[in-house]
Structures are given as C-alpha cells and as structure tokens.
Design a protein around this ligand. Sequence first.
Ligand SMILES: Cc1cc2nc3c(=O)[nH]c(=O)nc-3n(C[C@H](O)[C@H](O)[C@H](O)COP(=O)(O)O)c2cc1C
Length: 187
Amino acid sequence: MTTVLAISGSLRAGSYNTALLHAFTELAPAEVEVEILDPAELKALEPYDQDDDGEVPPPHAAVLRAKIAAADVLLIATPEYNGTLPGQLKHVIDWGSRPRGDSAALYAKPVAVVSTSPSDYGALWAGEAARKALGIAGARVLAEIDLSVGGVIAKFDAENVLVDEELRGRLTELAHQLASHHKALVG
Ligand SMILES: Cc1cc2nc3c(=O)[nH]c(=O)nc-3n(C[C@H](O)[C@H](O)[C@H](O)COP(=O)(O)O)c2cc1C
C-alpha cells in the first residue's frame, strides 16, 4: 500500500488542478490510497510567520505537518499565478520545511509535481518553481515525473470530469510510478 497526500494549489471550486487530482484518485490502482487535501483546509492554512513557528505551531499548520508526515508520497498539482506558484502553496512548502533538518515534515519526503494551465505552456514555470522550493526544503523531488498539462480546459467536460484519454492514461501511469517509487524505497 502506498498512501498519497494530494495537494492542489488552487482554492477555487471549479479548479482544473483539483479536478485532475480527483481523476488521479479515480484512476489509481487499489494499492494506492489517495487523500486530497481539502481546499478549505489549504485556504485556512496560516501564512508562514517564523514568530508563530515555535513549540506549538498554529492549528492548521500542525494539521498539515501531520498529514505530510503520515503520507508515503506527496502529489502536488499547481496552477501558475503570474509566472510562479500560488502563495498558499508556497506556505505549504514553508511550513513543511521547518523545523529545519530531518524533523521537518518534508524532509526526504518523495514529492511529485504536476502543473496545469489553460495556456499551451501548462504552467511550466509554476511546476519548476515548486520543484525548486521543495528541493531546497529538503524533499525528495521525483525528477522523472514531469507533467505539465497545457490547454487544460478542453481536457475536461462541463462537470469537470477528465475526458482526455491520453491524460487519463498518463495519470494511471503516474499512480503506478508513485507506487513503484515507494516500493523501491521501503524494499
Ligand atoms: C492571479 C492570476 C494569475 C495568473 N497567471 C497566470 C500565469 O502566469 N500563467 C498561466 O498560464 N496562467 C495564469 N493564470 C490563469 C490560470 O492558469 C487559470 O486561471 C487556471 O485555470 C488556474 O488553475 P485552476 O483551474 O486549477 O484554478 C492566472 C490566473 C490568475 C487568477
């Protein structure tokens, strides 16, 4: 069994990134258990403040850290806002990176990053920025997973169901990749 904590960087109800994670959950094989972080929980996450990051962290940061620590693998789906990752997703990385060193929730955590955009570029810069920050935070960024989905609107129907067969196949493959990465790690 591989447990995946899936985090969408978008807070809006009609998000394509969140819809992509729902499709991933549906397509994942039985041995991959996915929890999508509730966007309301992400919205409630306190902005990172080093002064608040003491013995007792703020409540939503504490929940987030516990969820990250409990998951075998993280899957992040990010939109691009003005050429980089959304602010709230950056707070996830910042809270996850502390306390500095091997007690941080993100330390050595396998993380896969995918990005989507209505434009042709597939939020490439946001994906790159997220991988860079995660790497600096101490996570084990899965470089072999490099999925930027451009033209995302055409890939979903009016109910935000993924109808693009190629992308459905790619997400199924991604679930197997995450499971085999975890298996190789734990032996
Ligand atoms: C503040 C803001 C900035 C944006 N900047 C970019 C950008 O730099 N590159 C891009 O491809 N799309 C940009 N977009 C468009 C988003 O890609 C689009 O709204 C997308 O659907 C957001 O992802 P979601 O569907 O998961 O919410 C921006 C949207 C907003 C609201």
